[in-house]
Design a protein around this ligand. Structure first.
Ligand SMILES: N[C@@H](CCC(=O)N[C@@H](CS)C(=O)NCC(=O)O)C(=O)O
Length: 255
């Protein structure tokens, strides 16, 4: 899963791990955290999504949805952040990022799926409304060019809305908040007793959700009612990977 055949064949000759990513993208952050936790060397191809550097034929030839992140591993192209972090953890046995029991694995994949499933319906509208809508709005010409490149209907609808003068409405954002609240209530219950989401071990489940906390808290999502989640996020800042995977790629987004 996640492996695709690119039409831009330049990447086929890449050696080692190459990541197309954006500093402020929570999906990219997942992959950077996994890379640092696994201590794997990688080459950065940074695309500033606020400057729309990902919206061109060259990048759509690598990721047909025109989204970040994309990992190229020895010429094999993998998209979708959950598939990429799973691939990285399976790739090397050092510094495992998964529980060993079958029930733990099931729970971990459940959290990863929940994060990805809620991205377009809840995370993206919430963050666009509070933080990036004003930067990401496209001109008519840019939107026309986007429609020529984008074949995914859901993304076309999303970007038509995000680029319209109205953007996302307060009602849509309230709906997004309800979905996110359900997820965070579930996490809070676990984190009251445990340090990490699954079997009290740092895993891909935490890596899927920590970037959402980091981004949402800077997009006016209040975690006042979630002290255990706040402590969990604080705990993550003590890990070595935090500086390299999050802070170094965060140019003032929270200001
Ligand atoms: N399901 C995808 C979602 C990727 C995604 O939506 N990425 C966002 C950043 S977190 C992006 O590229 N946004 C730019 C756009 O929509 O044009 C994943 O998990 O990798």
């Amino acid at each position: 899963m996640g492996v695709i055949t690119p039409t831009n064949e330049d990447v086929l000759s890449f050696k080692g791990l190459h990541l197309y990513h954006s500093g402020i993208s929570n999906c990219s952050m997942r992959v950077r955290i996994a890379l640092e936790e696994k201590q794997l060397p990688w080459t950065s191809h940074h695309l500033d999504i606020l400057k729309k550097e990902h919206l061109n034929p060259e990048y759509f030839g690598i990721n047909p949805k025109g989204l970040v992140p994309t990992l190229v591993d020895d010429g094999v192209v993998i998209i979708e952040s959950d598939d990429i972090i799973d691939h990285l953890d399976k790739k090397s046995s050092g510094f495992p990022l998964r529980p060993t029991s079958a029930s733990g694995l099931e729970a971990m994949y459940g959290w990863m799926k929940l994060a990805v499933d809620n991205h377009m319906t809840a995370v993206k509208p919430f963050i666009y409304y509070h933080k990036v809508q004003k930067f990401m709005r496209k001109t008519e010409a840019e939107q026309g060019e986007y429609l020529n490149l984008q074949t995914d209907k859901k993304l076309v609808d999303f970007h038509n809305k995000a680029s319209s003068n109205k953007g996302f409405t307060l009602e849509e954002v309230e709906h997004a908040k309800t979905i996110l609240t359900d997820c965070f209530e579930k996490a809070e219950k676990i984190l009251k007793d445990d340090d990490w989401l699954v079997e009290n071990t740092f895993s891909l489940a935490d890596i899927a959700w920590l970037p959402l906390h980091f981004t949402l808290v800077r997009s006016e999502f209040s975690f006042d009612d979630y002290p255990a989640i706040t402590a969990w996020a604080e705990r993550f800042t003590e890990r070595e990977s935090f500086q390299k995977s999050v802070l170094e790629w965060w140019p003032g987004f929270g200001d």
